[in-house]
Design a protein around this ligand. Structure first.
Ligand code: 5GP
Length: 193
């Protein structure tokens, strides 16, 4: 087991409905030393990619993305959830369905902060059905930028997102891939990587 898998086993809680709660170290209280280790690992895994920007989605991707960005020495842009439909045309937008909240959000990125010169590493905390990632990919594409890679903390391998994104040809690296988890016993099985 790697450092993140060990931490998930120690502090993660399996909930009904295929939800893994990691709020004591990943997406509510945040363990910055752990994030730093994740940043170093992503830097290793994307060593050959020429990355000049990190893109994530609010809220829980932001903390991880910021620490990862220190390892790449690049800025972070996060897609904002927006209630209003922006009609000025000064933003890129996508519709993203939330796995955990079961609702649809419009997410936007200002045209000022993403363009055709950008070589992007997308970072997020979880990959479930891939909706958040597809939204971010479509925003980078709309900007004319290039998705150089995608770094995920926890992929739930029993949901479809990872397969869809890899089939699209993206370089996707997940630090922990949960193969199965059981809310009754609390058991979590990881995919061998
Ligand atoms: P997707 O769009 O891939 O279906 O879901 C990804 C988003 O849903 C992530 O940004 C994350 O915030 C949230 N998410 C999905 N599954 C889980 C889960 O098991 N636990 C937590 N804490 N968040 C999840």
């Amino acid at each position: 087991m790697n450092f993140l898998e060990e931490r998930i086993v120690k502090d993660g809680i399996v909930k009904e409905g295929n939800v893994l709660k990691v709020d004591s170290f990943l997406n509510h209280q945040m363990d910055i030393a752990l994030f730093d280790e994740m940043g170093a690992e992503f830097k290793k895994r994307f060593a050959d990619a020429n990355i000049n920007k990190i893109v994530t989605i609010e809220a829980s991707g932001i903390g991880i993305a910021c620490i990862v960005a220190r390892h790449f020495n690049v800025p972070v842009v996060f897609a904002k959830k927006s209630k209003s439909i922006n009609i000025d045309g000064d933003v890129y937008k996508a519709e993203v369905e939330s796995f955990t909240h079961k609702c649809k959000n419009n997410v936007i990125v200002s045209r000022k902060f993403l363009g055709s010169d950008d070589h992007v590493l997308i970072i997020d905390d979880f990959l479930a059905n891939g909706c958040a990632l597809q939204g971010l990919i479509s925003i980078v594409n709309e900007a004319g930028g290039t998705v150089e890679g995608i770094g995920i903390a926890v992929e739930k391998g029993f949901q479809n997102g990872g397969r869809i994104i890899r089939n699209l040809g993206f370089h996707l690296e997940s630090l922990a891939i949960v193969e199965s988890m059981d809310a009754t016993s609390g058991e979590i099985v990881f995919r061998q990587q």
